[in-house]
Design a protein around this ligand. Sequence first.
Ligand SMILES: NC(=O)c1ccc[n+]([C@@H]2O[C@H](COP(=O)([O-])OP(=O)(O)OC[C@H]3O[C@@H](n4cnc5c(N)ncnc54)[C@H](OP(=O)(O)O)[C@@H]3O)[C@@H](O)[C@H]2O)c1
Length: 294
Amino acid sequence: MPNIKSILVTGANGQLGQSINSIAPEYPEYQFHFVTRNQLDLSDIENITTYFQKNNFDLIINCAAYTAVDKAEQEAELADAINHQAVKKLAEIAKEQSTVLIHISTDYVFDGTSYKPYVETNQVNPQSNYGASKLKGERALQIISPEGCIIRTSWVYSEFANNFVKTMIKLGQQRDQLSVIFDQIGSPTYAKDLAQAIMKIVANNGLIKHTKLPIYNFSNEGVCSWYDFAKAIFEMNNINCNVSPIETKDYPTPAKRPHYSLLNKAKIKLDYDLIIPYWKDSLKSCLKALQERK
Ligand SMILES: NC(=O)c1ccc[n+]([C@@H]2O[C@H](COP(=O)([O-])OP(=O)(O)OC[C@H]3O[C@@H](n4cnc5c(N)ncnc54)[C@H](OP(=O)(O)O)[C@@H]3O)[C@@H](O)[C@H]2O)c1
């Protein structure tokens, strides 16, 4: 990996973008440039081209994405522009400018019919426009193959932006009773843990060379359903709200989600010597961070 000095982080207002920003002071050896949608709109290819005619970085961490999973069923073109076409363009630019590209993808590339944790090479079969657009982004990136990697993650939450944890806390404080799906199984990812893993890869080891641009899985350790996740959030926050388990069929959404999307993290742990926290321990850390922000 080339000597990294300057790092561009896209999606600066998102969960992962803000989480990287929150740990950036621990890495004074790098010059971080955080860009929001206003500064670099990825839905417009010409705009991307113009931006990189004026700017050049050693590393791009692409945290920006079209992440409105249900809305993507109506806005397939926009999701494709941001999650596929823009990623293709970033890959071309990274290749031209000898920039390393770390791109984030999703467990929603899988259909969820597996019964054991997904490894990176398992068959993909996205069930939603969002998943399909992210998979096309992955594929374009692998074909162009600049130096870098793809990290697939799942169920991301943090003290920043909108997410399941913040929604549950808000609803739990307003209501006595909530119904939450128990037949979608996976593992939550505390965005700060992912941010730390990315920076550890960059700072300590550098990217390991593979013949093909590698894909890695990353989420917290352990397994739960959204129901278990909600129960843990309420217990740890002393919120007195009764949670009932319901089936996906009783909570219809425009986008179909995988019933099972647990990610096997063996590859990233082996390559980068990572110790990944258990999901409940990370949830505690996030709840503490949320308290401190009040
Ligand atoms: N959230 C999850 O549960 C989850 C699960 C699996 C994988 N992932 C992946 O993980 C990565 C980080 O997700 P996240 O949770 O941090 O997402 P997030 O909080 O939704 O942040 C995404 C960011 O992308 C920005 N963005 C959207 N459209 C853009 C455009 N046209 N140009 C430039 N920026 C644009 C958004 O800007 P605004 O702030 O202006 O809207 C937002 O700041 C994404 O690749 C996502 O697909 C997320």
